[in-house]
Design a protein around this ligand. Sequence first.
Ligand SMILES: [Zn+2]
Ligand SMILES: [Zn+2]
Ligand SMILES: [Zn+2]
Ligand SMILES: [Zn+2]
Length: 471
Amino acid sequence: MTTSNPPFPLRCYVCVNNVGQIWNKVKLTTEPKKMTKNLLKLPKLLEKAHVKAKVICRGCKMQQYCSVPHLIADRPGHQPLCQVLRDLQKFMNIEHPLLLHGRISDRSKLQFVISQLKLILWIKLGRPLAPRENQLIGNPVICDVCFSTDALQACEGCAGVAYCSGHLHLVKDIHSPKECRTLALIATPLRQLDCLQNITKFYEGSSLTETHLIDAFFKATSLNISEKPIIDLEEYQLLATCSSFSGIASLCLALTHIFWVSSPDKAFIVYVVGATEEHLRYFQIMHLQFLFLHYPNIRHLELMFIGKSLEKMEAIKGVLSVNNLKRTVIKRFYPLTFSQFSSIYNVDPTLIFMLQPDFIGTGNITQDLVKALQVQTEETEFFSWIDCLSSIVQLFGIPICYTSISKVQAKSDFTAINMVAKKKKIAVKRVYNLTDNPFREIIPFHNPSPENNERIVYENNYLEVVFTKNK
Ligand SMILES: [Zn+2]
Ligand SMILES: [Zn+2]
Ligand SMILES: [Zn+2]
Ligand SMILES: [Zn+2]
């Protein structure tokens, strides 16, 4: 669901970025002629983007390119970060930015150096890092065994991991085919193509507690996700489309653990709290058809998107027919925080749904650190969940469902709810705590704040349902 997917550092930045740029042109043009022209350029660009990077920037020793012309072409975009890293190496008298605290001996030291480098860059640049800079520093090219930065070779299969010349022969033993497939999906230039297929035909629902996303998607749509490595655009789009059903399928699964009286005349009202533009992609017509397929008793669905960053939009009303049953759908959009919303409107949802809310701001720890150092940064609005949570925990008896990207995140989210509830003397009851959501997305990410056992994560990895009641 995350649309900004900067090229993985083991590929030529320019080549992969070209794919993304042409794709954006395709999406934005309305002239069919221009669109076809750009689409025809795509296969060649994709092929180029798969070429091994063999030129490393001599300044930062981190950014890679296919060729010198592409290194030169990328100067303007890469220069600011490169200059800081160049100065740092000179000042510290080190051969590589990652050697800031000497040789890296283990993964926790690596993580420490990465966060230090991010902090240094932020302070020196006087702004938050761009996605491409975060990617370059956060997933640096190093030997996966000994963390060396010398003479590295990428795995031919995935280009998602590298080994030094001394450890390259170990690839067969330590790099499993499954891991190679997963890393290939992280590093593929196809990640630049974020368009979903539109599915119109739906067939059969599944028993949600006994299946997972790929199988439920297959039963519902008759479309099969290949187990083999993804190589072309069509396959990738199908995978991304299946993955996008994660939001609605997680909601459907949460519903199996909630007691609710379904009366055909009463509207089923979902509040998507903390909604962003990105979340809206989870609730397209095809996704709602999936919901209706699994819950024939829901005849009237109301989706209220409540989120400060949303644009102001008119309500969308429509009628859908699934399995010859007519269903009405209303989507409303409120560019408000939930506490603002609840002070204006009468709050009466069937359930509250939050997608990867990050209540405490675990993902913003570095940001907060910079703030604490009082560095002048761009005015960014860090909107606080705490007010919002205070209003939510007072909705006694209404199921609160939320997803989290990692185990640490899931724990911190639950702690936040408990903390806020405790202050208000409200009891929290956990009815569903899923350690592995079978309906998580299927497109992998590097864990932005990795632990040893969870280096790779998926959106909606964890699903939780809680109720609150007066103590
Ligand atoms: Zn290139
Ligand atoms: Zn550089
Ligand atoms: Zn090594
Ligand atoms: Zn591999």
